[in-house]
Design a protein around this ligand. Structure first.
Ligand SMILES: C[S@@+](CC[C@H](N)C(=O)[O-])C[C@H]1O[C@@H](n2cnc3c(N)ncnc32)[C@H](O)[C@@H]1O
Length: 230
């Protein structure tokens, strides 16, 4: 099957399962009351300058989880704009609470499948940085096809990240880090900042995430991979 717009295969396999989980009254209220201020709907191409009311470097975080690290980065980098995409409703609600409490105006939020957003809503060359921190590892071999990092996904990212921009991934699953390095090694559009096949220590700007902390408690290692869009 191919998409109508081009002849790239349509990837129908999702990298997530929609689980509602427990949502607090505060998160539910934030979804109701704060969505009009911070939420973006998918559908039409996004006009980033109009959305943020300025021209500024734009970072997209895919799968922000509970949003704590996204809120921290946005607070530390007021000169940058941020879009966060997450499908998990309680996490979205929690991020909205944080944005409101910290009075952050440089973040917008989408509750969608990031792959669909990339395909339909983000203009080419619109991103300065794409962050993918601890994507679901789908560690069983029969589930590897659900991993978000695949050749087609990286091709899509290469269209959206401007030349000189950056793709930063992190994982606590060594096998997934190896998979990421293999997929990226085949892309002519990205250059590994640490040299082919290498990872980097956690850059200062990346907060330790909730999922990462859980991995640390279980004794997992952490691998950060930073690539430049050539
Ligand atoms: C393992 S969690 C990591 C969360 C967070 N980055 C952290 O480190 O704490 C991965 C997250 O990615 C989200 N996710 C997976 N695939 C996604 C997609 N295609 N679009 C948006 N979110 C996605 C999941 O809902 C989940 O919350």
């Amino acid at each position: 099957m191919t998409s109508p717009a081009d002849d790239r295969p349509v990837r129908n396999i999702r990298s997530f399962v929609r689980r509602e989980g427990r949502i607090t009254a505060g998160q539910e209220r934030a979804l109701q009351e704060l969505w009009p201020r911070y939420g973006l709907e998918a559908g039409a191409p996004l006009d980033l300058a109009a959305i943020f009311g300025r021209q500024a470097p734009c970072t997209l975080e895919i799968g922000f989880g509970n949003g704590d690290s996204l809120a921290a980065m946005a607070e530390q980098q007021p000169e940058c704009d941020f879009i966060g995409i997450e499908v998990h409703r309680p996490g979205v609600g929690r991020l909205l609470q944080q944005l409101h409490a910290r009075e952050l105006d440089n973040v917008r939020v989408m509750r969608e499948d990031a792959v669909q957003v990339l395909k339909c809503c983000l203009p080419d060359n619109s991103l300065d940085r794409l962050l993918l921190f601890f994507p679901d590892p789908w560690h069983k071999k029969r589930h590897h096809k659900r991993r978000i990092v695949q050749t087609g996904f990286i091709e899509l990212l290469s269209e959206k990240i401007r030349s000189g921009g950056c793709l930063h991934m992190a994982t606590d699953w060594e096998d997934y880090a190896v998979h990421m390095l293999e997929v990226m090694g085949q892309s002519p559009d990205f250059r590994n900042s640490a040299g082919d096949g290498n990872t980097v220590p956690r850059p200062d700007y990346r907060p330790v995430t909730k999922f990462e902390q859980r991995g640390q408690r279980l004794g997992h290692g952490v691998w950060d991979l930073v690539f430049e869009r050539v």
